[in-house]
Design a protein around this ligand. Structure first.
Ligand SMILES: [Zn+2]
Ligand SMILES: [Zn+2]
Length: 348
């Protein structure tokens, strides 16, 4: 068959013409000469329909082109390529759209002026307005949280907010952080996430969560509630010495509600539920540990000397062990003295 246009012999594509003549006379893409792209000057996200997306300029540009260009549905495996110099408010951009028409590859080029428009996004305008739905309060039971605890928790809350944002929850932000007398208050934009964060903090630091809700009025004929999530850290901390009944314990670690301890009188490990320790007495931490000089030992006892008083004394061994060091640690709680376990002891 001969092409009616170029007269060459070959395969006829459509309307009596060959593929190359057909492509010369038909176009499959059509776009505007000017394209406005909206970006937030504060968080540099790009507007997309009714929402905003955190993405690169190139990703936003391709998405805007896809939405504003008419691309024939006959064209398959469409690929958009852009070439531009990202400077200033008006960007001249070369657009190449390629694809396949019944297996024949083709590409069309056009030139586009991209205008960058600054508009504060929905989330940033909420943030500027001091918007919050929930308060996350960090306090401690029967004591004030230490500076270090509050500092660590603050970093944890900030990281949790960042990771939830990175997972797509861009409406979540910290409006304000207030240092209060008994701890820290975090003002958060979303009540659902406030509870998620509180739960994560509890898993790591122990304690209890109490949630309460307060009606703060009407907006758009809807009741508006504000949530408070209170995390009360436990009265005890890792490294503390406590007593329960007539037994004395050292807290070696805390994970969520589980408190890992060992009993000082027999050096056995014991795990408590946080709520079992409400009635525990707390004596303090490592300041109660004293170093004594080893003098001698028998099967059941060890003789030590207090280096400050030059006084020797005997303590019953909590279990059958042999001490190998010149220095032995003890703990004094009220009038009681316990041996504190160390690594350089052999079980025997
Ligand atoms: Zn032809
Ligand atoms: Zn923004």
């Amino acid at each position: 068959m001969f092409c009616v246009e170029c007269g060459k012999e070959g395969k006829i594509f459509r309307n009596g013409v060959c593929i190359s003549c057909y492509l010369k006379n038909n176009s499959f893409t059509k776009g505007p000469a000017v394209l406005d792209i909206y970006t937030c000057p504060n968080c540099s996200s790009y507007k997309y329909k009714n929402t905003w997306l955190q993405e690169s300029f190139e990703e936003a540009l391709k998405r805007y082109i896809k939405d504003s260009f008419q691309i024939s549905s006959e064209l398959k495996k469409v690929r958009i390529e852009t070439d531009y110099d990202e400077k200033g408010k008006n960007i001249t951009c070369k657009v190449t759209i390629s694809g396949f028409l019944e297996g024949h590859e083709l590409s069309e080029k056009c030139s586009l002026i991209v205008r960058i428009r600054g508009v504060v996004c929905d989330v940033c305008s909420k943030q500027f307005g001091g918007y919050f739905e929930a308060t996350l309060q960090v306090r401690a039971d029967k004591r004030r949280p230490t500076k270090e605890e509050l500092e660590t928790i603050r970093l944890n809350v900030e990281n949790l907010v960042e990771s939830l944002r990175a997972k797509g929850n861009r409406g979540l932000f910290i409006t304000d952080i207030a240092e209060e007398h008994g701890g820290t208050d975090f003002y958060l934009s979303e009540k659902g996430s406030a509870y998620t964060i509180a739960k994560k903090i509890q898993e790591k630091f122990g304690g209890e969560i109490k949630q309460s809700s307060k009606n703060i009025g009407m907006k758009d004929s809807k009741q508006i509630f504000r949530t408070t999530c209170l995390i009360r850290l436990p009265a005890y901390r890792k490294g503390d010495f406590i007593s329960l009944g007539n037994s004395y314990f050292y807290i070696s670690s805390i994970s969520g509600n589980k408190v890992h301890t060992f009993e000082l009188s027999n050096w056995t490990e014991k795990v408590f539920d946080g709520k079992d320790l409400h009635k525990a007495s707390i004596y303090g931490g490592k300041e109660l540990i004293k170093e004594m000089i080893f003098v001698s030992q028998s099967k059941d006892e060890i003789q030590l000397m207090d280096p400050k008083m030059y006084k020797t004394f005997e303590i019953k061994k909590p279990k059958k062990v042999t001490f190998k060091s010149n220095i032995v640690k003890i703990v004094k709680i009220e009038d009681k003295i316990f041996l504190f376990p160390e690594k350089n002891i052999t079980d025997k």
